[in-house]
Ligand binder design. Sequence first.
Ligand code: S3P
Length: 189
Amino acid sequence: MFNLYYHTFNKQILYKFMNILLMGYMGSGKSTLGKNLSLKFKRDFIDLDHYIEQKENKKVYQIFQEKGDLYFRNIEREHLSDILSKNSKIILSLGGGTPCYNNNIELINSKHNLSFYLKNSNIELTKRLFNQRSSRPLISGISSKEGLLEYVSKHLFEREIFYSAASYTIKCDNKSVAEISEEVFSILM
Ligand code: S3P
């Protein structure tokens, strides 16, 4: 999404005062890139899922199991607001579903933040996610690669409208973390 506030001013100066938010489907590399950018830009890094786990003293999959998805989406919203109100100039990686619930996309695209959508193909995401299914509540019940590909394809299609509202989209297939990080850097500099 075109961030008018950002583009109206000198971006080289302005981005220095803004948070950098990373969004994308599960397995798109948000946390890995976030850590890399945190070193590159010398900024604090927060991973929203990790933050929720620390605050709630439970793993995300346990929260889903014990309290259900609606409960998770509500606390996800609360912790997102909390992080954004207490911090500035951070790198924040969001959960895969964060932009898609509770109007979070408005908060994400507020004038203090620049957001990046890490776009990966269904096939690449399926490859990465297949062996990590057990710790991911939304896909833990899927047993075959074909089933997972079907799920990811439909789900990503539904979510794409939220992801594409990011300030910038980066195509990540066949790129290393260093290359993606360099791309973010060149957009901002
Ligand atoms: C979710 C993605 C997860 C986590 C939760 C729900 C989703 O985060 O927030 O399991 O709805 O896509 P990651 O994208 O960091 O795995």
